[in-house]
Design a protein around this ligand. Structure first.
Ligand code: 2RA
Length: 313
């Protein structure tokens, strides 16, 4: 049962993800929600909440049960430990702690028990990792994953509100693809994150996984084309049946990002045989990156934590 009196903080409330988190918490009946952001945004209003400044003292004061962070990695490193010292569980969306040993990296439909076992920091995965693992996990249980290749089509909102405004101001004929992540000469850090996080969540540290990430001129909705090789044969029809039964997925003949905006489910479809390899499947998925790719996943993690705390009390 949901504890609607839980004291919940949302840090980064004026970014692309924060307002979605505040709105989701409101829709789910939580009444004790506080919004935090930088000094520059303090005093503004987000979904009816007055924004407080996210100082270490305010966040560490001990009057929060759970705190959802959607801020940059450097700020998360500074503020998340303070919230935890104050006794709250921090659900952190940055990449600061995702690969840290002992910090669970959680997609509730895939490995929710990890959040239910843990106090302290729970990491919220990358917005492409979340839908990818939701699709891969049931296929792995059905036929064993042997190899995965992914190409992403990531929307502008993944890069923040300013990049959304920039796209709104761009004439359609001048909008371009981009690759706007940190580049080490071989990989973009986004590609490395997607590989490492998927392996950690699925507990398949040696899974062969090749990733190419691309930013597309779409406002909201991250999509992925995924080529999968399985250990055992799995026909497209059987794979579709497996995906239909999985939590949080909706099978659509042609999943498009515009159909995913504002909904909770990950859309998956175009499931077909990859005839170039043995036991090969190809599929396409898309989801609202601000919602299931970020805010909704964080809220679901918070609910697992709160449920466990309520049972323990
Ligand atoms: C992106 N993964 O879309 C990120 C979201 N911060 O670039």
């Amino acid at each position: 049962m949901r504890n609607r009196d839980a004291r919940i903080g949302v840090v980064g409330a004026t970014g692309a993800v924060g307002p979605v988190a505040v709105e989701l918490l409101r829709q789910r009946g939580y009444t004790n929600v506080r919004a935090f952001a930088s000094a520059r945004s303090a005093g503004k209003t987000v979904a009816g909440l007055q924004v407080e400044e996210a100082t270490p003292d305010a966040l560490g004061a001990g009057d929060l049960d759970v705190c959802l962070f959607s801020v940059g990695t450097a700020l998360s490193r500074e503020l998340v430990p303070r919230v935890v010292e104050g006794g709250a569980v921090a659900v952190d969306k940055s990449s600061a702690f995702r690969l840290t040993d002992g910090v669970p990296l959680v997609v509730p439909e895939v490995n929710g028990r990890r959040a239910a076992e843990h106090d302290g920091i729970v990491a919220n995965p990358n917005c492409c990792t979340i839908p990818l693992t939701m699709v891969l996990k049931p296929l792995h249980e059905a036929a064993g994953l042997a190899r995965v290749r992914v190409s992403t089509y990531q929307s502008r909102s993944g890069a923040g509100v300013e990049r959304m405004e920039e796209l709104r101001a761009t004439p359609p004929a001048e909008a371009h693809l981009d690759m706007d992540w940190d580049f080490d000469g071989v990989d973009f850090d986004e590609e490395a994150k997607l590989r490492a996080e998927t392996r950690k969540i699925l507990e398949l540290p040696d899974l062969p996984l090749s990733v190419t990430c691309v930013r597309v001129p779409v406002l909201i909705g991250h999509s992925e084309a995924v080529w999968i090789e399985t250990e055992d044969q799995l026909s497209p029809d059987d794979a579709t049946r497996v995906l239909r039964q999985a939590d949080g997925l909706r099978v659509e003949p042609v999943p498009r990002p515009r159909d995913a905006v504002g909904i909770d489910d990950v859309l998956v479809g175009r499931v077909r045989e990859d005839e170039t390899v043995a036991n090969g499947l190809v599929l396409f998925l898309t989801c609202d990156n601000l919602r299931k790719g970020a805010a909704l996943n964080a809220v679901q993690i918070a609910e697992l934590v709160l449920e466990r705390r309520a049972v323990a009390a």
